[in-house]
Design a protein around this ligand. Structure first.
Ligand code: KG4
Ligand code: ZN
Length: 703
């Protein structure tokens, strides 16, 4: 090959490797767990295994546990129940039988995932050639008495996965890219670069979730030796290249121990590289949260290469590991290597390294949230990154419609029928089982007593069955938190305005677990007034959306209804009962019997005038609350936040007064379980409940 061409090819190759290394390092940095998800795979399974094993055995008569529910018997028993999403296959709760550390892959919920979290075949902790971030400093007495620094900058990132969508217990196949640049600096030679290696690879990995994982792939290594030093001294720069096909297998012996072996054959070698190389290794760490004390970890690797006549290098890393409740780990450790040099990997040269390393990675926390405060049965699976993995809302509107309002007894009976299928479906959407969860959260206040009891009882039962911790959710605070979930932005501190069927309250929210009531309605809630006015106008249930629709056709200036308490500028309070009465008198005068029914135009004008009055009060008092609290953020939640005119007017107000306004999309304004992700904050703060958690029914009245 022509010399210029060769140099050009080599530069392109080097740059490609560098770019790959930087890209994967950046991806890994942004993503946390991708670099080296230290024993993440066994974390959740082990934690559940411990918890489940601690439970007394219950003989269910079925080998695979208690069938909570099934699509068939549910449909047969409750043919009229309306679910917004189809039912799933049954979930089985293990009943004290020994739970294997590995993961039973769900048969449903599989799919393709771009840039999946985590790796199916994890990097070798002590592998000298893995693409990761590391810094070692060591003294090399074997060659010359010199101090060396070796820096590896790189990472490995999943590109596409076909699997169960579970980051902590992946099942399926995945293609990764990996890349790293490894530079050896020689301090004694005025920080000269002794060598610079570049590695790029495309591993194809697979696991069935039984603890065994396989890797096949391609990698390219190029090694430029003695770069600055050799060149400066008039020598020729040495360039080695290896393009190899690799096959590896890794086995998780138990939750603590993993062993692996790998072989590679190079189909292209240059500069003196030889085709064959082998690696074997073992790693140990206790899974589960370690607390402040931490836990020891140990990893070892042997690497044999043909160019050094199968002389090998042997690496040992050991140190201390801290793993938090969410599974994030931080490691400090010693690094020792003895054998054929890692960087001069194509030379038959011996060296000894003693170094020091720091590693950090984070993993995902998953919560099941249950919501049954009023007439929606809802469940969701959410992560601590506020990602929604599954969400189901079974509405009961059809059951209450003919009564013109929610009938508590009907609501609680319907919750009983729906709660388990709804939980089941949320888990199915997430592709998870109960054993994959880290906690169960339930709204226990405020609401209808019977409705609350169903959700709380279900959550407690699931906690007993799984040993998972229980978290209580305040439904109203969750409505505010929906703003954070929807926007993906930090909304605290803020003023929270909750406008629902039962509540119209203002809160000072210093943080997600720090709410102070500022004021609220002294009689009816805004949604309640909408519903009652809707009924008076002969509109369908629920009145809110119907009144809002009629109002859009009417003239909002045709009739001016009172704005109770709006002029009372010192008071953060609402009153809608008088407004409701005013609407009533407008429809039927108390003096004269009205003999002609309302025309459609009259009806629309009344709806528009009423809506405008309510919106005026809500906007005016929100502005006052912001002024009093001294905050510049307003978060709105509750069913009435779905009202178009309220959104429009708040938008104008925010622009005029320069505050940030957050109103979630409709699906997160009305009752749902996704907003129960506020439980993540309580999880982090360690706020768990005992199994005698009670319900707090009724309305939160702070007027
Ligand atoms: O928060 P939510 O779903 O349930 C409760 O916790 O109360 O709120 C339901 C309330 C109902 O009163 C309903 O009429 C009202 O929200 N609502 C509306 C609109 N959509 C729902 N009110 C006014 N305009 C709407 N577009
Ligand atoms: Zn609500």
């Amino acid at each position: 090959m022509d010399a210029t061409l060769r140099i050009a090819a080599r530069s392109v190759c080097t740059w490609l490797c560098l770019v790959a290394a930087w890209l994967s390092a950046a991806a890994a940095w942004a993503d946390g767990p991708a670099i080296d998800p230290f024993l993440a795979a066994s974390r959740t399974a082990e934690a559940s295994a411990v918890r489940l094993a601690a439970l007394p055995s219950v003989d269910s008569g079925a080998s695979d546990g208690v069938q909570l529910t099934s699509a068939e018997n549910y449909a047969a028993a409750y043919p009229s129940a309306a679910l917004t999403t189809p039912l799933s296959t049954p979930i089985a709760v293990p009943t004290g039988a020994p739970v294997a550390y590995h993961y039973d892959a769900p048969t449903s919920g599989w799919g393709y995932e771009l840039l999946p979290d985590g790796l199916i075949y994890r990097s070798y902790l002590a592998g000298p050639r893995e693409s990761r971030m590391a810094l070692h400093t060591f003294h090399n007495e074997s060659v010359r008495n010199e101090a060396l620094w070796e820096a590896t900058l790189g990472g490995r990132r999943g590109i596409i996965r076909y699997g169960n969508g579970d980051a902590a217990n992946p099942v399926g196949w995945q293609i990764d890219i990996e890349g790293a640049a490894q530079v050896r600096l020689n301090l004694d030679e005025a920080r000269d670069v002794d060598a610079s290696d570049f590695r790029f690879g495309v591993p194809f990995t697979y696991t069935a979730g039984d603890g065994v994982a396989y890797k096949f792939g391609y990698y390219h290594v190029s090694s430029h030796l003695g770069d600055e030093f050799i060149l400066r001294n008039g020598n020729t720069r040495i360039n080695y290249v290896r393009d190899a096909i690799v096959a590896g297998v890794s086995y998780q012996l138990n939750p603590c121990w993993r062993v692996y072996g790998e072989t590679a054959f190079a189909f292209f070698t240059a500069g003196g590289a030889q085709p064959w190389e082998f690696q074997i290794g073992a790693e140990y760490a206790r899974p589960g949260p370690t607390g402040f004390a931490g836990t020891p970890f140990f990893a070892t690797n042997a690497h044999l290469r043909e160019e050094t006549d199968f002389g090998g290098d042997w690496t040992v890393q050991t140190g201390w590991l801290w793993r938090g409740v969410t599974g994030s780990t931080f490691r400090l450790g010693l690094h020792y290597m003895n054998g054929k040099s890692t960087n001069y990997q194509f030379f038959n040269q011996f060296e000894e390294q003693l170094g020091f390393g720091i590693w950090y990675n984070s993993t995902v926390l998953r919560l099941l949230t249950i919501e049954s405060t009023c007439d929606e049965t809802a469940a969701a699976v959410v992560t601590d990154g506020l990602e929604t993995l599954g969400a189901v809302v079974a509405s009961q509107t059809d059951l209450h419609e003919r009564f013109g309002g929610v009938v508590p007894e009907i609501a609680s009976r319907a919750h009983v029928e729906r709660i388990l299928p709804v939980v089941d479906e949320a888990l199915r959407q997430a592709g998870l089982t109960l054993a994959d969860l880290d906690a169960i959260a339930v709204a226990n206040r405020p609401g209808l007593v019977g409705s609350l009891l169903v959700g709380v009882a279900a959550a407690k039962a699931l906690c007993v069955a799984t040993g998972l911790p229980l978290i209580a959710v305040n439904h109203l605070q969750a409505h505010v938190y929906a703003c954070k979930i929807a926007s993906g932005e930090e909304v605290f501190p803020c003023v929270g305005l909750i406008v629902s069927g039962g509540h119209t309250n203002l809160y000072r929210c210093d943080g997600p677990t720090d709410f102070t009531p500022l004021g609220g309605t002294i009689d009816d809630a805004a949604g309640e007034a909408f519903d009652k006015v809707g009924a008076m106008l002969g509109l369908p249930f629920p009145g809110g959306p119907a009144v809002s629709k009629a109002a859009a056709q009417g003239d909002r200036n045709a009739i001016r209804f009172p704005r109770p308490l709006l002029d009372d500028s010192g008071r953060l309070a609402f009153s809608f009962s008088g407004l409701k009465t005013a609407v009533r008198y407008r429809i039927e005068s108390p003096d004269a019997e009205r003999d002609t029914p309302l025309s459609e135009a009259e009806r629309n004008d009344i709806a528009a005038g009423f809506e405008e009055a309510v919106v005026d009060c809500l906007v005016g008092k929100s502005e006052l609350a912001l002024r009093q609290a001294g905050f510049d953020t307003l978060c709105v939640g509750g069913g009435v936040a779905a009202n178009g005119r309220l959104r429009e007017r708040l938008g104008e107000s925010a622009e005029k007064h320069g505050y940030r306004l957050y109103i979630p999309p409709m699906s997160l304004c009305t009752d749902n379980a996704v907003m129960g992700a506020i439980a993540v904050e309580r999880f982090r703060a360690g706020k768990f409940e005992s199994l005698d958690l009670d319900v707090h029914p009724g309305l939160e009245r702070i007027g």
